[in-house]
Write a protein that binds this ligand. Structure first.
Ligand SMILES: NC(=O)C1=CN([C@@H]2O[C@H](COP(=O)(O)OP(=O)(O)OC[C@H]3O[C@@H](n4cnc5c(N)ncnc54)[C@H](O)[C@@H]3O)[C@@H](O)[C@H]2O)C=CC1
Ligand SMILES: CCCCC/C=C\C=C\C(=O)C/C=C\C/C=C\CCCC(=O)O
Length: 257
């Protein structure tokens, strides 16, 4: 998919991985609607990006936990730029103490965003198709020992993405669904880890050891992989793992064979 003339919506776009995703989509010709709960960071990023790329971005204060806010944001995006072609369900938190909120944002937010975006993108209801990329994690593929609930949400995102890819093909939606599964990435999410681990705070040292063993990615390395999942039309139902030594499409075996 060529990005010139296309419109992307990115959740959790004000900082970290979402910010890098926004930048790479703009660099490749797309217009980008940034959604985030951090209005200060979002507004100032929008100002900076519009100076650099022209009036190609819009920031909307939007919490992915709110159906109402997300619905209004997609409508505003479509009204402003005429269409929605790409959705990056990226907003996420890591907090084992407030675990219900972790489920609500990381898993329910992805499902909510995907279903609402279908109303604009689905070829069966007047949309023009496109691609949805969900930010999961390596924790969606293998267990992250100090974060069982975070692991559960990211495993859920991978499963939801793969099932939606199959449903989309079977239903003629014209939308590809892929999951991006990075290892550790240098962002705010990696700070104050003891507080985030809740009942597993005793596993802080083990977590640091895992980080040392696996290494840490930059946000731009992750954004490059997003671009691949968006632009390569052969990719549907994929889980792309990104780690400092490289990237790898995960092979899943079918239980039906
Ligand atoms: N940093 C890491 O090591 C890794 C992160 N990830 C995933 O990448 C995604 C992005 O994380 P990072 O950029 O690292 O985190 P970050 O904390 O740097 O950025 C997250 C952004 O999401 C926004 N956000 C949080 N809750 C929101 C909500 N309810 N609605 C809308 N926006 C909200 C925040 O305001 C922030 O701008 C998350 O889904 C995370 O689970 C995946 C693998 C590794
Ligand atoms: C400095 C402490 C960092 C704490 C963690 C912060 C963010 C982590 C975000 C993730 O999404 C986790 C990313 C990678 C690790 C996940 C799983 C490892 C699986 C290993 C295995 O398969 O055995």
């Amino acid at each position: 998919m060529a990005l010139e003339g296309k419109t992307a919506v990115v959740t959790g776009a004000a900082m970290g991985i979402g910010k890098a995703m926004t930048e790479i989509l703009l660099q490749n010709g797309a217009k980008v609607v940034l959604l985030d709960v951090n209005a200060t960071a979002g507004e100032s990023l929008k100002e900076a990006l519009n100076k650099e790329y022209g009036q190609k971005t819009l920031f909307l204060n939007c919490d992915v936990e709110s159906e109402e806010q997300l619905k209004a944001a997609f409508q505003k995006a479509a009204d402003t730029f005429g269409r929605i072609d790409i959705l990056c369900n990226n907003a996420g938190i890591l907090n084992e103490a407030t675990w219900e909120k972790t489920v609500s944002i990381n898993l329910m937010g992805v499902i909510r965003g995907s279903y609402l975006a279908l109303e604009h993108m689905n070829k069966m209801s007047g949309g023009q198709g496109g691609v949805i990329v969900n930010t999961a994690s390596m924790a969606g593929i293998g267990p992250f020992l100090s974060c069982p609930v975070y692991t559960a949400t990211k495993s859920g995102v991978v499963g939801f993405t793969r099932a939606m890819a199959a449903a989309s093909v079977a239903s003629g939606y014209g939308i590809r669904f892929n999951a991006l599964c990075p290892g550790f990435v240098q962002t705010e999410l990696m700070s104050n880890i003891v507080d985030r681990l809740g009942r597993f705070s005793h596993l802080t040292d083990a977590t640091h050891k895992l980080v040392e063993k696996m290494g840490v990615l930059s946000v731009s390395e992750v954004a490059e992989c997003l671009l691949e999942l968006v632009t390569d039309e052969t990719k549907n139902g994929e889980a792309l793992v990104v780690f400092p030594k490289g990237k790898k499409y995960v092979t899943f075996s079918s239980l039906l064979q």
